[in-house]
Design a protein around this ligand. Structure first.
Ligand code: PMP
Length: 446
């Protein structure tokens, strides 16, 4: 029975459910391991929540944050005020995204803030260019873009909207290019990419192209179940957005800084978006931080405007928080010097191949899929029909509980198990994770 959570509500959980659950109380972390209050060691196969990419308790991170604490714990960026870590962090982000031609950073306090800011800037961009009718957003079914009203409106998972409606008007959803589950029952990646693109074009035409501000998507869809689009999908998205004058927003909150095996998820598809939403890995989760990057095309709209319409009337008290930027600078230094995107690619490939080999025979394993260190195990009641397990059955939770007993923390999300380990994972850690999951499926898969 839970004794720890009586005075707060957990995100994404019915408050009564916690009363029936075994309490998990994490008290410290070290590298890829975390420890609970009974000193049980757990391999952190979720990197906190897709974010602790450099691992826990990293000495360089601790040094950067404590040194900053000695210097300046906080100051704002409003009204033209600045501080050294924010300017250094902006320089770093622009340098790292030179290939995408990003020109300006706008700091936020996290992923939902970054999405909200990106949506606002997209509308404002069109106003500045004399196309004030461009207000609408198109996004993907199964997408996750955070929880603020704008982000929840473009979310493609209706559970995030249901109890909070009405949402932002002018948001429309098209099918995600998901080979395992799609309305066309199409498993050919090229063909599926084109079906989805044609559906998008049809929606754009139906809405009328000059009313659409932006299309937003995750380069690899995370919370929706690690949906990896076909190779051709993002390049075609870029073409379609350019053709109709629609901004392409890449929500890189999870994929940014290496997780999907390239520095940015969109770079992995050979595509440069107009706007990027960043958070999580930007500071490895040590201190909350987010950022939005805009490319030269977007920046240009502001360069050539000098009236009130160009004022960026949005921002956060903690935009560019000094401790967060200090953490960010250290985190990105580690990501680059240790080439963590490459490690994510290699360990991810090893993990995926071995999980497929060892889990596919279990009757409840529908599909194991992923890219880099983003992996999902899709749980089904029938391999043939691909009918998912009942999300209320607790099946995923039971698997996760056995994995925990075996010393590994994985994330049960309804009909899936999600794996998103720190990017410093080594082969021995992959093996530990695989072993625990095999034990879990042997026990629970009946
Ligand atoms: N976008 C994506 C793609 C995400 O995965 C998340 C969080 N998992 C968010 C936005 C929201 O980020 P945050 O929880 O930091 O607000």
């Amino acid at each position: 029975m839970s004794t720890y959570s009586e005075n707060f509500w957990h995100p994404m959980l019915h408050p009564n459910e916690i009363k029936q659950r075994e309490a998990i109380h994490i008290v410290r972390g070290d590298g890829v391991y975390i420890y609970d209050d009974k000193e049980k060691q757990l391999l952190d196969a979720v990197a906190g929540l897709w974010c602790v990419n450099v691992g826990h308790g990293h000495p360089q991170m601790k040094a950067a944050i404590t040194q900053q604490l000695d210097e300046l714990e906080y100051f704002q960026l409003f009204d033209g005020i600045s501080h050294p870590r924010a300017t250094e962090m902006a320089d770093k982000l622009i340098a790292m995204s030179a290939q995408e031609n990003m020109k300006k950073a706008f700091f936020t306090s996290g992923g939902s803030d970054s999405v909200e800011t990106a949506l606002k800037l997209a509308r404002q961009y069109h106003i500045l260019r004399g196309e004030a009718d461009r207000k609408k957003f198109i996004s993907l079914k199964n997408a996750y873009h955070g929880v603020h009203f704008g982000g929840a409106s473009v979310n493609g998972l209706n559970v995030f909207r249901r109890n909070y409606e009405p949402m932002l008007s002018g948001t429309f959803h098209v099918d995600a290019p998901w080979t395992y589950r799609n309305p066309w029952n199409c498993e050919d990646p090229d063909q599926l990419a084109e079906f989805c693109i044609q559906q998008l074009i049809s929606e754009i035409e139906h809405q009328m192209p000059d009313t659409i501000a932006a299309f937003i998507a995750e380069p690899v869809m995370g919370a929706g179940g690690v949906i990896v689009p076909p190779e051709k999908y993002w390049p075609r998205l870029r073409e379609v957005c350019d053709h109709y004058g629609i901004l392409l927003i890449a929500d890189e909150v999870v994929t940014g800084f290496g997780r999907s095996g390239s520095m940015f998820g969109s770079r992995g598809w050979g595509v440069a978006p107009d706007i990027m939403c960043l958070a999580k890995g930007i500071s490895s989760g040590y201190v909350p931080l987010g950022a939005v990057l805009v490319n030269q095309k977007v920046e240009q709209a502001w360069e050539s405007n000098n009236d009130f319409n160009g004022v960026i009337m949005t921002g956060y008290t903690y935009s560019g928080h000094p401790l967060a930027c200090a953490a960010g600078l250290a985190a990105l230094d580690i990501v680059e010097t240790q080439n963590l995107p490459e490690n994510a690619k290699q360990q991810g490939a090893y993990l995926l191949e071995n999980l497929k080999e060892q889990l596919s025979a279990f009757s409840s394993v529908g599909e194991v899929r992923g890219k880099g260190l983003m992996i999902a195990i899709d749980l089904v009641v029938d391999k043939q029909t691909r009918e998912p397990v009942d999300p209320m059955s607790g099946f995923a939770n039971e698997l996760a509980a056995v994995a925990r007993r075996e010393g590994v923390l994985v994330r049960p999300v309804g009909t899936k198990l999600i794996l998103s380990p720190p990017l410093v994972f080594e082969q021995q850690h992959c093996d530990e994770l695989i072993r625990a999951l095999v034990v879990a499926f042997r026990e629970i898969d009946k």
